[in-house]
Design a protein around this ligand. Sequence first.
Ligand SMILES: Cc1ncc(COP(=O)(O)O)c(C=O)c1O
Length: 389
Amino acid sequence: MQFKTIAIHSHQHPDPVTGAVINPIYQTSTFAQEDAGVHKGWDYSRCGNPTVDTLAGVLADLEGGKHGYCFSSGVGALVTMCNALFVPGDHLLIGDDVYGGTFRYTTKVLAKYGVEIEFIDMTDPQNVEKAIKPNTKMVYMESPTNPLLKLVDIAAINHIAKKRNILTCVDNTFASPYLQRPIEMGVDIVLHSTTKYIGGHSDVIGGALVLKDDSLNDAIRFHRNTIGANPDPFNSWLTLRGLKTLGLRMDAHCASALELAQYLENHEAIETVFYPGLPSHPQHELAKKQMKAGGGMISVRVKGGEKEARQLLKSVKVFTLAESLGGVESLIEHPALMTHLSVDPKVRQEIGITDNLIRLSVGIEDVADLKADLAQALQVISGKAPATV
Ligand SMILES: Cc1ncc(COP(=O)(O)O)c(C=O)c1O
């Protein structure tokens, strides 16, 4: 089956008792047992629930993996994975431009338990080769990165890690399995914030891990049950509903984002556009190699500084000023003041999260309306139209 068919039909069949086409929400914490320890496969919803397990199964199939697990958030997935796989003294190599919450958890929590965390620029795979130490346990990649939309060569880095038996994980949140499939490139674990494109409607928080094979499965399952960062059945059902249209939505996000990126690139009020689908993106060739399209996220540096950036945020009318991404509605945000506030200001400057950087999550509204909205807001920051707010 192809992607859009898997998203709709995998693990989802009409209910044999009622004929219901849509899988029910098993909103239950516990399950009746015929005899002590004798049940139909589920005993307690922290350890497994039919609705949650259906979502996990579909995600595993869409990523081309063998085992899937769902969590109450993307961060819950990250914490569970790290608890399962790291012991004191291990070394974690991680991209220097990852999601702010990943930065916060690894530096402020995981490091407390004796795991050595090292951030490096992974846009050159040789940096990974050079940074590997005898105690390196995992190479953790994010591609495209948040918010600078840098790419890492997943296959090349995975190859370097595998030569030394080092685990690899890719945060595939920005691309979604529709655009990029790290497990097919040899990666061991794919991590998602299902809050974003997978859910797709900005109405749930969730996360997932998909594993390539059996070797890590017991550890992840044990820690999932033990830590308890579980999603509830209703959230999982909403995510399943959103997931059915992932392919259609991604096609629309990508087409509109490309059109807007081209428009912004030629706008006098914009200094730089970061979008992997543009030929001007320094890793456009890599994008073509490992992604199906450029994705729905664009970052721009406006001409000027924080003042101009704030003015743009206040002048848009269709885009909503909000954190998060990947929903049907377009969002706009200021990484330095919002999503990446927890990153040390010095580090933010070093890696390019400047005060004039704005991140756009392009939704699936009519692109003409999105373009007109940006056009009128950019008129304001160019001083060609009065600020109305
Ligand atoms: C790339 C990426 N990974 C992980 C997360 C964490 O996900 P959640 O907010 O669902 O915990 C986010 C959240 O923005 C993200 O953007």
